[in-house]
Design a protein around this ligand. Sequence first.
Ligand code: PLP
Length: 422
Amino acid sequence: MSSSSELVQSIHNMRRVYFDNNATTPVLPGVLEAMQPYFGEHYGNASSIHHHGQETRAAVERARESVAALLGCLPSEIVFTSGGTEADNLAIFGTVQRAVARALPVARSNDHVITSTIEHHAVLNACRHLEQEGWEVTYLPVDCRGVIDPNEVKRALKPNTKLISIMLANNETGVLQPVTEIGKIAAEADVCFHTDAVQAVGKVPVRVDELGCDLLTISAHKLHGPQGIGALYVRKGTQLEAQMHGGRHERSRRAGTENVPGIVGLGKAAEIAREALERGDYDLTELRERLERELLKMEAVTVNAGGSGRVPNTTSLCFNGIDGEALVIALDLKGLAVSTGAACSSGAIEPSHVLLAMGLTPERARASIRFSLGKQNTSEDVEFAIRLVRETVGRLRELSPVWDNAPGSLESHAATKLVARS
Ligand code: PLP
């Protein structure tokens, strides 16, 4: 064998550990099995009245019941979408456009929306678009633990506030937001309340009545279901303007032939997640804590989180003196998949908006890595990651002129460690 084919062979044989489950999760075998017949023998359009259509309609409605059971709502309150991004957009534009439509003939597009600086871009960019249309948007700050203060929501309310959109769990840090308290504030003020729960559903119990939300977003591929399918919970009575115009699918709230295999996959993933949460056997806290504890023993490593809690699978760690992109690439070459929260905009790597909002300097934000675990991960995976990260960070720091010149703030790192642990 030539040396290049040996190299290719060794890459194929390499042990690979996937710790990027907040980006997407592998589809569970049970989910795949449930979906398979809907790519083949059960191919009817769920809107058709004949046998084939009835068969797929029944599957869609069973999936709706399963999603509703996971969220503690009525099946009729679930609207299937193409994923979390579409559900967020439907929630935001659907609510504000409805508000404008109801204000006719004096349509006002200069009303007010409250969101936060740490939302996913599906919410942030939808809000930026609203601003271009003349809406006023308040982006609430977070503290250094990554938590929004509910009092800030109260203070931001205006007589013309039409929507509050605050996420349940942050995708980069895993930090849970005080959504129940925000839900109460929204209800008192009679303002529609949306929460993006994409990173929380399936990881912690999520019940819409406990949260007090009117709208809630989920996405199948974050809970071991397929990509390209999600749902919006719409509380009965909530006024929502459809964003897709076409047939009367999803009770005229989202036009378009249903993605039956995807919906079936989401329904099965929701069923598996609900059963696991009820049994209490989907708790990755122990694995996450071990990983975090061991990596925090390294010099100048801190956790980017704090507050009342996090989803059990996520930790965002800052490796001072390291370039996060370089670390992600070096780890990937050795078989560990993790991510930075960085986004590539106009060819430049921008540090994570979430970490900057928490008050990290751009250097520290760029030195941060997100580890997100999934159902498939084992304690062997964690040991593998600990060893690899220690080795790789050590090597990168040896090579790094920045590390040599790193501000001598090891005491302050130690202090941050204490403060930032959640
Ligand atoms: N909201 C959050 C918090 C997310 O993490 C994501 C995806 O990463 C989305 C929304 C978008 O979901 P989707 O990928 O299904 O469009």
